[in-house]
Design a protein around this ligand. Sequence first.
Ligand SMILES: Nc1ncnc2c1ncn2[C@@H]1O[C@H](COP(=O)(O)OP(=O)(O)OP(=O)(O)O)[C@@H](O)[C@H]1O
Ligand SMILES: [Mg+2]
Length: 473
Amino acid sequence: MADSAITGNILVVDDEKSVCDVIEVVLAKEGHTVTTVQNHTSALEAFEKNRFDVIIQDIKLPGYSGIDLLRHFKEVSPNVNVIMITAFDKWDTTVEAMRLGAFNYIKKPFDNNDIRNSVSRALLQNKLRNELLNKKSIGSFSLEMMVGNSKAIKEIHDLITRVAPSDTTVLICGESGSGKELVARALHYNSPRVYEPFITVNCAAFTETLLESELFGHVRGSFTGAIADKKGLVEVADKGTFFLDEISEISQEFQKKLLRLLEEKEFKSVGSVSTKKVDVRFIAATNRKLEEDVKTGRFRQDLFYRLNVIPISVPSLRARRDDIPYLAGYFLARYAKNMQKDITSFTNEAMNVLVNYDWPGNIRELENTIQRAITMCNEKTITTHNLVEKIQSATAQQPEQASAYAASEDMMGPGKYFDLEKEIAAIEKKYILEALNKTDFRLGDAADMLGITTRSLRYKIKKHNLHDLEKSE
Ligand SMILES: Nc1ncnc2c1ncn2[C@@H]1O[C@H](COP(=O)(O)OP(=O)(O)OP(=O)(O)O)[C@@H](O)[C@H]1O
Ligand SMILES: [Mg+2]
């Protein structure tokens, strides 16, 4: 396996000597360098003297809080990946550990494979992070694809950056069309599982029986029509990420089976007597308030807690209107190019209508609206007439809202158009300046960093009037 080829320096902290010994033997066989300690004092000493890539730590240590130890490790070296060893009754502490940035947890009694796999994934994640830091991009999904400049979207970017690398379960809540699936993909593509499958299942699209067979597979003859063995999607997703969309829609009976899958990472195919193990990271999404379903008994509380380790709430578009001009500009650039139309801007009036509309269908509705407007538009600029009637009239009926949103005026400048080309030019200038600064104005290096030729960089420096800067250096 490619990931087992990466070896590292590992610290094991567990008060039971036998546990330390087993882990040491298993990991040393894989080529890792292993240090084992049995109490927090020795752990702190070892940690001070050495640089560890991965720490495996028992969550319960005699006379000291495992959580405090983890907190210390993460404060001193935020990039160290800590794997917690937990017992089945320590769920609360485990959740706390994941929130503090633990990489993963393994339940006692564990299987040697759990240890091997977790460590190799933690090391792979270090490697990917270093590659990204060194700008050797892995060509993954960039967070910039999640467009927006509002405080809310920046917070979501931060949260994704923090939790993507771990194996933590994430529950994404938000209205329909607000971008929940995009968040799930961003988590997968920024995680060490990036080269493994990302599998999505919309729970609302299946009846209970079909969902079970879809997820867990079935054996031949287990029901009418099961003419051959079928592999379940959970198994297809092994080593990757499994995205359970519309999670609120699963039956009580199936909630129980899902709980077992989340807790034990094991499942039974329909009609099979044996269980299978998988290594999958789960992400779930819902457009309902799941807490309320828990209160009414519609959704199991224990399952809710296991899903909700890290909650990410994606706000509706009307709650972050600052993002509308950016998103509209982004969709305009994308679809005008696709449709081979030379449309580059919106009239101020059209942008005001877009900013003030309520967007019950959120970003998906905005995306469709812009696509349609491009089809309708025969000029270089989109006007209110190119917008669907519904959106024009909704805004006309809400004059108080139109005046309430002053930020749109600021963003576009009074009486001006929202000018996409100008926006793009400003972004280009910012990147060029950044590259020039980072490379001390060495044109060859800056061009490499930007992925363009030196000649093209020279041209752009002239275009943005940056040559004065260059000379003064
Ligand atoms: N921040 C964003 N930047 C750019 N495009 C976005 C953004 N958020 C969402 N989109 C786009 O909007 C559309 C809807 O997003 P997505 O499918 O992720 O929403 P959702 O919350 O999963 O919706 P649903 O509840 O209907 O399944 C997609 O085409 C997605 O690419
Ligand atoms: Mg979705």
